[in-house]
Write a protein that binds this ligand. Structure first.
Ligand code: BG6
Length: 475
């Protein structure tokens, strides 16, 4: 048995992590333009007002804004069938509530989409990948305010109408599920995702519930709108998921692993089952969270069911009810699995976890799935021959894709594509580093801002090219 010949092989990138040109052609600031560079050891700083003495990696990115033609030509050379890009909201509505969209912003994305189509690469557009205009944060209090839903829908209507007939696949949000009051990265994610400063939230449970609800509602309303604009449109939402295995077979630990794995599934449930889940409202009631689901909202949940689910998978974690010596905390809570290898940033490498997750999601929702992100962030050294010999990345991808293939061909999971993160080196979201490289293409750009931005294929470039040519038969 073989993968479908239409399987969407490709990659995934996000505007704020590579475009640069942060103040060009009428663009406003987005929240990520105000987050400094950091590292594994030093967290990124959130400075809603830009400071002269700080370094903001999004401001130059890898200058994709001016080099996208060259970069897309390399993706085409690798044989990409699809590329997931995001549209930076702050390029289209620099002040969030402008009377008219910024034509230069619309033109930029149109040329990029045309370039993809020219190379027979299917554009998959993410409408929100952490690029909330800062003006919406300042004037409207971000996703805490229902008015932001209307501003978002206006942005969605503008771009979906503008690119009608050119773009078929739309993603309403990237990883809205990472709103969690209990992890080390809560502060960064609350700002990235929701444009809210975590330290300033007085009632975390209430406010995070409202943000999560408003974003979920915005997504279902966007699904309906996007279908209305063109009935051929296929709409998904992307979630970043981390399966959590029980440390032992103690029933309490098994129960905890269930709860940890599905702790942020209420949004997916709401977007696929046609109603905001009763169990979540029950949980909110117990917590003293006050949330109104109006009859109008109920209608929106019924009418905005997703066509597909996008999954970002990087690692698994372990659920435990006890603390043991040597335990290390995992990124989204839980502990690090001692049976697995880790990346230099402490992310466990668990290829079988991908097969597990694909099966879990497919059995639960029975919707087509596309892997929207998966990849290895590593320190790449340029060899004396000027090339990065990244056999470790090839090994990582090979193992994950073998499990994906097993999920599709052995288990019958309907997975229609694999978009590797990020096919060209770009700025890391969690640390703001260039040093954490994912790409098939090396970019000469470093964390001190130096580098000539030249692009060079790594060994993995040729490996992926061949894999696509063989449609995965050689896995
Ligand atoms: C996902 C995000 O959570 O993880 C991407 O959607 C991000 O934006 C990716 O880049 C990898 O994380 P990092 O921190 O290694 O860039």
């Amino acid at each position: 048995m073989k993968l479908d010949s239409k399987f969407l092989w490709g990659g995934s990138i996000a505007a704020h992590q590579l475009e640069g040109a942060y103040d060009v052609d009428g663009k406003g600031l987005n929240v990520m333009d105000t987050v400094t560079g950091g590292s594994y050891e030093t967290p990124r700083e959130i400075t809603p007002v830009l400071q002269d003495n700080k370094y903001y990696p999004s401001h130059e990115g890898i200058d994709f804004y001016h080099r996208y033609k060259e970069d897309i030509a390399m993706f085409a050379d690798m044989g990409f069938k699809a590329l997931r890009i995001s549209i930076d909201w702050s390029r289209i509505y620099p002040n969030g509530d402008d009377e008219k969209p910024n034509e230069q912003g619309l033109k930029f994305y149109e040329s990029m989409i045309d370039e993809l189509i020219k190379h027979k690469i299917e554009p998959i557009i993410t409408l929100f990948h952490f690029e909330l205009p800062i003006a919406i944060m300042k004037k409207y209090n971000s996703w805490l305010n229902r008015e932001t839903i209307n501003l978002y829908l206006r942005f969605v209507e503008t771009v979906v109408t503008a690119y009608k007939g050119k773009v078929k696949y739309w993603v309403t949000f990237n990883e809205m599920n990472h709103l969690d009051p209990e992890t080390d990265v809560s502060s960064l994610f609350t700002y990235m995702l929701a444009g809210v400063e975590y330290s300033k939230i007085k009632n975390k449970e209430q406010d995070l519930a409202v943000i999560g609800y408003n974003m979920t509602l915005a997504s279902v309303k966007a699904v309906k709108l996007i279908h209305e604009i063109d009935a051929n449109n296929q709409v998904g939402c992307v979630f970043g998921l981390t399966p959590s295995y029980p440390r032992t077979c103690k029933p309490e630990e098994v129960m905890k692993s269930f709860n940890d794995t599905i702790r942020d599934f209420y949004q997916i449930d709401a977007m696929t089952y046609g109603e905001f889940p009763k169990y979540k409202l029950h949980e909110y009631k117990k917590m003293g969270v006050n949330l109104e689901v109006s009859p109008e909202d109920q209608k929106a949940f019924k009418e905005g069911i997703l066509d597909f689910i996008g999954l970002n998978y990087y690692m698994s974690q372990v659920s435990s009810v006890t603390t043991e010596e040597g335990d290390q905390e995992s990124l989204f809570g839980g502990v690090v699995n001692p049976y697995l290898e880790k990346s230099a940033w402490g992310w466990t490498v668990d290829p079988l976890g991908l097969r597990y997750l694909l099966n879990f999601m497919y059995r639960k929702y029975q919707k087509p799935i596309i892997i929207c992100e998966n990849g290895l962030g590593a320190v790449d050294e340029v060899g004396e021959d000027g090339v990065v010999h990244d056999d470790y990345r090839i090994d990582y991808l090979n193992k994950h894709l073998t499990q994906l293939k097993n999920a599709v061909l052995e288990d019958g999971v309907e997975c229609f594509g694999y978009l590797m993160w990020g096919p060209i080196d770009l700025v890391s979201a969690t640390t703001g580093e260039m040093k954490k490289r994912y790409g098939f293409i090396y970019v000469d750009k470093h964390d001190d801002g130096s580098g000539d931005l030249s692009r060079t294929p790594k060994d993995s470039y040729y490996w992926y090219k061949n894999l696509i040519k063989e449609n995965g038969d050689n896995l």
